[in-house]
Unconditional design. Sequence first.
Lengths: 79, 605
Amino acid sequence: MTQDEMRALVLAELQRIAPEVDGAALDGARPLREQVDLDSVDYLGFLVALHKATGVDIPESDYEAVATLDGCVAYLLAH
Amino acid sequence: MSLDQPTSIAPPALRKPQGEWAVPPNLRDYDDARRTFTWTDAARALDGSPGGGRNIAHEAVDRHAASARAGQDALRFLHRDGRRTALTYAALARATRKFAHVLTGLGVPAGSTVFVLADRIPELYVAALGTLRHGSVFSPLFSAFGPEPIRSRVTLGEGRVLVTTVALYKAKVMAQRAELPSLEHVLLVGTPEEVAALPGTHDLRALLAAAPDHPVLAPTTADSLALLHFTSGTTGRPKGAMHVHGAIVAHLATGRLALDLQDGDVFWCTADPGWVTGTSYGIIAPLAAGVTCLVDEGDFEPERWYRLLAQERVTVWYTAPTAIRLLVRAGAELARAHDLSALRFVASVGEPLNADAVVWGQEAFGQPIHDNWWQTETGGIMIANYRAMDVRPGSMGKPLPGVDAAIVERTNDEQVRVLDAPDAQGELALRAGWPSMFRGYLHDEERYRRCFADGWYLTGDLARRDADGYFWFVGRADDVIKSSGHLIGPFEVESTLLEHPAVAEAAVIGVPDPVAGELVKAYVVAKPGQAADDALAATIRGFARQRFGAAVAPKSITFVPRLPRTRSGKILRRLLKARELGLPEGDLSTLEEPAPPPAGGEHTP
């Protein structure tokens, strides 16, 4: 999977949780939760959805690595 | 909703050690404390304002700033960008004086409502205590709220001053400023350039820097209005629960008895001050007790939270079921990988903490998690599991010394009957008169009056008391939804959903969720000609999220051809809920016509 494909996948899952999100307006380097209104339940649902879509396990200890869109894409590609 | 489901078998009680304690608990013997405690004695633990009267800012700040605690950290901030700053009691006294002078300088009269909409930044705390010092009323707004809940609360509360940040102002207030005519002053936290670019606002940091810092304290009494907390009911507008300066007697007493706050403690209450817990226990109680209060600006992340507990040597930790359930999910090993040896007491509030999570605390922290119970209206903890009392997992514990609780049944003549039999199920009631009891719902005297009968405050929660005096939560007596510890009024959400052009009718209920307790779910009747599909569900959810914020907006939408209503037209939310849960539907004699079961799929993310 290319970086662009992974980014599209992550955005699609994010928009399933938060349909109002405009992917083009997101800053990939800033934490997602500072830009998108996600409560704990939303955020957990997002990470679980990423796991289901990619098969990549994201343990709680790695949550900081996936906090930004860029970090998330890189993490999923690397694992 | 049917309430006669069998009670699950509770795990055995967790015994507390009886002998010597390394740090003795404030409350060692529950029965003895109940016998000897009086609120009059509790009030003696405070000073009283220098000129007489009572002011929270004096008791929580000035009293310590004039003592050996002056140089101790009152608030320790862990900023999002990783910085770690602090305000000592002396510095907090100075900053809150300046804030009070800023209000005076703007011509704000005492008794004004000051709304604060901010993340957990230092200015929020300075504004809260500075407002109280000024004799005005502090009303917090949850920063995750969307524009709609902000508008309704500022309007209802007739907010004269709003303290917020440039980012939040631009995102949530600016566009609707013209609809908030009561708002005379908007004080913004941001860079001078950012604030200068926004007409009709002031630069809070510049005003604070220029303000004098000589002592100032409004001549408030124990009965003067101090705090306005909005909460939700089944019907109508949000309710503004009014609290007085005298409530600090209960904040301090409950902080010491239920949370075991002691000299030298580092206390972390993870609740946001946008909710009552974050004000009563995230600001007032710990400062009244003279401890150091940790403030984490960031969001919940298991690893980071454990790191904070370890690094900051947190001794008392007050958090919420949703966070605990997520920590349980992350595993006790993650907790044990950190040095949590300083942690003396762990407590939870928000909604009932499930028994297995209470017990899990032993694995993770070497102690059960101590659940307690209270509401916006009670102002402080009313029923609790104490450090030295055996814990029955799943129970909310026993009433605080000075608090009388009972299970009652409302009778037809607006009186109540106390149900004394063990395990009898009824409404949880509290004998009126504790210091932090709310003194009214703003502009809604009738609604306030209906909360009381025969000298009891009726909580709207259904509960039972076992033979040994432990109380157990059963459910809500009304249709209010409790999600991640927040009360959400279905009517407020339904009304706004109806503003979406594709929505003809809407009904909102809470559905059980293992993490959040309940999640908000909407049943929607689409307007004729609208395709009731996934795309429309996503559009409506996006609309609702932007209006309410994630914490309040429905997490799922199901389209139905019509809603079940009574003959008088009231939505039968209970019936929707019973169907959702597969429970008996109960008495349907008032139903206008049999409603078909939900059609179409579930539209969850």
